[in-house]
Design a protein around this ligand. Structure first.
Ligand SMILES: CCCCCCCCCCCCCCCC(=O)SCCNC(=O)CCNC(=O)[C@H](O)C(C)(C)COP(=O)(O)OP(=O)(O)OC[C@H]1O[C@@H](n2cnc3c(N)ncnc32)[C@H](O)[C@@H]1OP(=O)(O)O
Length: 270
């Protein structure tokens, strides 16, 4: 099932009467080990949130906590609550709830663009060559997540998971294998989470790992993207101790303009 079908189903769900709607569910092909792909569940909750916010307000900040696994092929609900709508900023929370447990919790802040005397333009650049084709992670049963059939990754630096690397970074490009109808912020959210956690490459053997929390700051102005575009990604481990890692990534559009900064806390059970 294409991500567009899941986003459309979510939007229909949240816009229909509470008593009339069937539960949502995510097919197995979007699994990431024991859970549904976190980028997808975060994007679906975000998409439901977006339905409750006027189009003059753009996404500035997305915060997502993965409280527990979302089981695929099993119904779940999404609840959205607008916390505050000011003159400029709207703050909304959304939750994915399965078997009466909150599994994913998103808080998003949207803001109108305003005149300001302050302008600091981002100067972070990358020097990666444009990709010519996807550089697939090897398909190892029970190790390579199923959802990766939907996302093309083209790695240019950094190690593969579980290869005993001395590094803990990844540089590369990402895009949808089958382009969506249009590339929205929900699609970007689901794309950005596609890379394996940087610390896993330092391990010699497979071990479970789970992203616990995730924050994306969206940088503006945004330009119109083509659904076929590749986006550049560079992620670094800022620190890893006590079984938890903090990672930070820059995301650029195909013209080399920074569009987002993504940070995650990942629990590793090695
Ligand atoms: C050459 C090579 C090519 C390789 C080719 C590519 C490979 C590529 C690898 C990509 C690897 C993806 C790694 C990111 C995986 C997400 O990002 S998953 C998506 C989003 N995140 C989530 O769904 C997390 C939801 N939250 C949670 O599950 C819980 O809050 C947390 C974070 C696990 C908290 O831990 P906790 O309080 O200890 O939770 P609890 O329920 O008590 O469970 C602990 C147990 O779960 C296990 N566990 C934790 N995470 C997992 C997991 N993901 N799966 C299974 N068991 C897990 C622990 O090991 C522990 O096991 P036991 O000690 O009981 O045996």
């Amino acid at each position: 099932m294409h991500i567009d079908d899941l986003i459309d189903a979510t939007n229909l769900y949240i816009n229909s009467d509470k008593h009339d709607r069937a539960q949502l569910s995510i097919p197995k092909e979007w699994a990431q080990g024991r859970t549904a792909y976190g980028g997808l569940t975060g994007a679906l909750v975000y998409s439901a949130i977006r339905q409750k916010v006027g189009n003059d307000r753009v996404l500035r900040s997305f915060t997502c906590n993965f409280v527990g696994p979302v089981v695929t092929e099993t119904g779940f609900d999404i609840e959205v609550e607008v916390l505050r709508e000011g003159k400029n900023v709207t703050q909304v929370i959304g939750k994915a709830i399965q078997n009466e447990n909150v599994c994913v919790m998103v808080q998003a802040a949207f803001g109108v663009s305003r005149e300001s005397k302050i302008e600091v333009l981002n100067t972070d650049r990358h020097t990666m060559r444009a990709p010519t084709k996807a550089d697939f992670l090897p398909q190892i049963p029970k190790i390579t997540p199923k959802f990766l059939r939907h996302i093309d990754l083209a790695r240019q630096a950094g190690g593969l998971p579980f290869t005993g690397s001395k590094e803990s970074k990844i540089d590369g490009w990402m895009r949808y294998t089958k382009p969506p109808k249009a590339l929205t912020d929900a699609h970007l959210i689901a794309l950005i989470d596609g890379w394996p956690p940087t610390t896993l490459q330092m391990l010699k053997w497979p071990a479970p790992a789970s992203t616990m929390s995730w924050n994306i700051e969206f940088v503006y102005p945004h330009y119109t993207f083509s659904p076929k575009d590749w986006f550049a990604y560079q992620v670094r481990t800022r620190q890893a101790t006590d079984g938890y890692a903090q990672t930070e990534a820059n995301i650029w559009d195909p013209s080399g303009r920074l569009i987002a900064i993504s940070r995650q806390t990942i629990a590793v059970f090695d």
